[in-house]
Every structure is written in C-alpha cells, then in structure tokens.
Design a protein around this ligand. Structure first.
Ligand code: GDP
Ligand code: IMO
Ligand code: MG
Length: 430
C-alpha cells in the first residue's frame, strides 16, 4: 500500500490538483506544500460550497489531518493572514491544523512591486506572472539574503536583514527603474512583527514532523503547485514560474527523502490550459477553444485571468511522466469534453520537417513546433457526475485507453465534475 504520495500538475497548472488532494485527504494524516507560493490557486467544491486556497494545503478542511507548509514555499504573511481569516470565519480550526517551516523565505511588499514593475518593463515580452512577488522572493532566497519565517523570533536580526534587503531593492527601484515608490524600513518591520504573535506558534521542524509520521506508518500527501511545464528548469523557460515544480522538489522543499516516496500521481486535464505567455502548440483559437474555456470555467483562481485552452498534448505529457516518475495519472475534467463531435490529441510535434516526441527546452524552438494530431470520435452521452467506469461512453473509454497505452502509465482516477466525490476510481491509489 502507498503511504507517501506526491500529487502534482503534469501540464501548465490548474489541472485540478486541489480537488484531488482534498478527495484523497480522507485517507491521509498530513498534506504538505513544498514549493511555490500564493501564485497557486486551488478550488475545492464540497456540497456546493466553494473553497479557494492559495498557500494553505488542500487538506485543511479535514479534521484530524495536519497541513504543513514546507521550507520550499515562499510565504507572504499578508496572503497567509487573509487566507487564514477566510477559513477561520467558516469555523475551520486553522491554528490547530496548520504548521509552517521556519525556513520559508518571506514574500515582502517590495517583491510584489518588483514583480509588477519588471513585467511592465518587459512589454510584449512579459511572462504574464501572477504579480504576487514570487520570482523576486525566490531570487532573494538563492542570493542568500532572504528574510525567513524564523527571523520573526529575533527582532534585531530581522530588522538588520530587512534593512539590507530594502536598501538594495529601493536602490534598484529608484535608480534602475526610475520609480519613486519607496519601501520604508520601520513600516515594513512593524507590519512583519505584527504577524509574529500569530505565526510563530505554528512554526515547526516540518522535516522532523513528517519523518515522525513516516516512522509510525502514517500517510502523507505532498501537494504540488503550478505544473511540470512551468518548472524553472524543465518548463518553457523563461515563461515559467520561479520554483521547481517537479516531484524531486519534495526532498528539498519539505525535507523528505526521495526513497520514502511510494507513488507520484500526475494530475492531467483531459485537454490543456495555460495562463500567461509562452509556447503552447495545441492552443485553440476557435469556437472549440472558447467552448472548453466556458464549459470548463477556465478563469484563474488567483488573478481571474482567462486561461488559454487547447487539446491534450501527449508530447509534453511524456516529458512530465519521465521527469516526475509519474506512477499513475488522474485524468480530470473529462466531462468538459462531453458533447464534442470530435476530440484531438497531439501525439507528436513537427519541427523543421521532422517529427519529434519530446518538447524542446528552448521556448524559441518550442513555439515553432506544430502539433500532429490523432482524431477521436466524441461522445454525446454525459460523463459528468459518473462514478462507474463501465458506464462511461465507449468513445470516452477509448480516449482514456489511448492515453494510457501511448504513455504506458495507468489512469487510476477519472474526475467527472468539480465536486469532491465526482470521480471514477479505477484503482485505489492510497
Ligand atoms: P489546481 O490549481 O490544479 O488545483 O486547479 P484549479 O482549482 O485552479 O482549477 C481547476 C478547476 O476545475 C476548479 O475550478 C475546479 O473546481 C474544477 N474541476 C476540478 N476537477 C473537475 C472536473 O473533473 N470537472 C469539472 N467540470 N471541473 C473540475
Ligand atoms: P496552480 O497551483 C497556472 C504561471 C503564471 C505565469 C508563470 C509565472 O493553481 O496550478 P509567477 O507568478 O509564478 O511568477 O508566474 O506561471 N502560474 C500559474 N499558472 N496555475 C498556477 O498555479 C500558476 N502559478 C503560476 O500565469 O505564466
Ligand atoms: Mg490553480
């Protein structure tokens, strides 16, 4: 039986990770975020009630389950506070359930300003970030000057680190970007200290706590944010996020060794979406693309932006399966394809007159790739709300089988609606 599983996005994010993490949490002891920040947006629907999470793991609604924010996550205390408040007013005992690593770097207001200003400066080359300050916060982490959650416990040290960081970035804002906005040390310091009382009691050694759960044979879900093709190394650079989004990041971002992981579940939308700029060979610009967007409610959870839409891409998925060692797929939003006359799947790219079966690493080559499609018959019956595999339309089953066969990975769960229990369980994962 699997005890410790990673659940992550195998495409460009928004695959439905949050829904599946929440669904599987009834069997878990802990759910852990290990990278990203509040650029993530995970929507859960339980008996019609919608919960939108950004930083807090998607297991938070379950009694008796601990939610951990690992050291690999960059934390905006403003965003965390807002999200906690949203849950507390609904009676979710966040203080009891949530624990945070002292090693999480902070996302500060000055990072948000830098993110926004840089995006504006890029003009039509912009990345299309969520403008949440994620990139600049990770830069400070790698440059070894980040202010971290643990610094809240040492006010003098906190002030000195904050001063060095603000001096540097204020200088850049003024002299490089010619922006008059100035971030005041005392104001920023006071705002951070204000959060210390609520945040510090939740601070823990996440790695030690997770390993204690492992040693008593508990079950842990590691919840990825974003998607594999947004990974800083393996994605469509530079149109990526600023963290590693792949399964290997569990080790560095939560302090949990790779050999303790039993399974990696790739959450895969039955079509594709992407928010922001960058290569996207199967993107649709026609009424089918519009249809997928409307029926799939493809608007960003965080920014409300309209998501780009397209056909499923098995070339990109092949890469995701290999670099994550995906052991099974959870295919989501199959119901969104209900009623389409035909459905296309990209099986190869054509690049410079040759067929290729892996995505190129450079965005410049990637944007020149043309999709090679295999076309399937659609189905008129509903897969929506279906929970029995044998009652799925034959054409839908053919579609599912083709994906499994081409990628040589089983599809263990098929999600047929946004509600927690709208799933076909082909094989228990956990
Ligand atoms: P995440 O970032 O991967 O957690 O995904 P998001 O929550 O940003 O986006 C997925 C959206 O699709 C959310 O609005 C979910 O409620 C919804 N959703 C998830 N699974 C399904 C499904 O199987 N069918 C339909 N129709 N909607 C789904
Ligand atoms: P979840 O967890 C989809 C995208 C942004 C942009 C790029 C860089 O909900 O799947 P950033 O703010 O991270 O520097 O933006 O990454 N992006 C996401 N797209 N889902 C997400 O998260 C995303 N988080 C970031 O749109 O293209
Ligand atoms: Mg999302």
């Amino acid at each position: 039986m699997n005890h410790n599983i990673v659940i992550l996005g195998s495409q460009w994010g928004d695959e439905g990770k949050g829904k599946i993490v929440d669904f599987l949490t009834d069997k878990a002891d802990a759910v852990v975020r290990f990278q990203g920040g509040h650029n993530a947006g995970h929507t859960l629907v339980i008996n019609g009630e919608v919960t939108k999470l950004r930083l807090i793991p998607s297991g938070i609604l379950h009694d008796g389950v601990k939610s951990f924010i690992g050291n690999g996550v960059v934390v905006s205390l403003d965003a965390l506070h807002t999200e906690m408040e949203e849950l507390l007013v609904r009676g979710v005992p966040v203080f009891e359930r949530l624990r945070i690593s002292e090693a999480c770097p902070l996302v500060l207001p000055i990072h948000v300003a830098l993110d926004e200003i840089r995006e504006n400066a890029l003009g039509d080359q912009k990345i299309g970030t969520t403008k949440r300050g994620i990139g600049p916060a990770y830069e400070d982490k790698i440059a070894r000057r980040a202010v971290r959650i643990g610094d809240l416990a040492h006010p003098q040290k906190l002030k000195a680190k904050l001063k060095a960081l603000l001096d540097l970035h204020n200088f850049t804002l003024k002299n490089y970007y010619k922006i008059e906005t100035y971030f005041d040390l005392d104001e920023t310091y006071a705002a951070l200290l204000n959060y210390a009382k609520t945040i510090l009691p939740m601070v823990t050694d996440v790695s030690a706590d997770l390993n204690a759960i492992r040693l008593r044979h508990g079950k842990i879900i590691f919840e990825g944010a974003q998607g594999t093709l947004l990974d800083i190394d393996h994605g469509t650079y530079p149109f990526v996020t600023s963290s590693n989004t792949i399964s290997g990041t569990v080790a560095s971002g939560a302090g949990f060794g790779p050999c303790y992981i039993d399974a990696v579940v790739g959450i895969t939308k039955a079509y594709t979406t992407r928010v922001g700029s960058g290569a996207y060979p199967t993107e649709l610009f026609d009424e089918i693309g519009e249809h997928l967007g409307t029926k799939g409610c493809e608007f960003g959870t965080v920014t409300g932006r309209k998501r780009r839409t397209g056909w499923l891409d098995l070339v990109a998925l092949r890469r995701a399966i290999e670099i994550n060692s995906i052991t099974s797929i959870c295919l989501t939003k199959l119901d969104v394809l209900d009623g389409l006359k035909e459905i296309k799947v990209c099986v190869a790219y054509e690049l410079d007159g040759k067929e290729v079966f892996y995505p190129p690493y450079g965005n410049a080559d990637y944007i020149r790739c043309k999709p090679v499609y295999k076309t399937f018959n659609g189905w008129s019956e509903a897969t929506f709300n279906q929970t029995d595999y044998n009652r799925l339309p034959q054409a839908a089953r053919d579609y599912v089988r083709f994906i499994e066969k081409t990628l040589n990975v089983p599809i263990d769960i098929i999600s047929t609606g946004p509600e927690r229990n709208q799933n076909v369980i082909v094989k228990g994962i956990f």
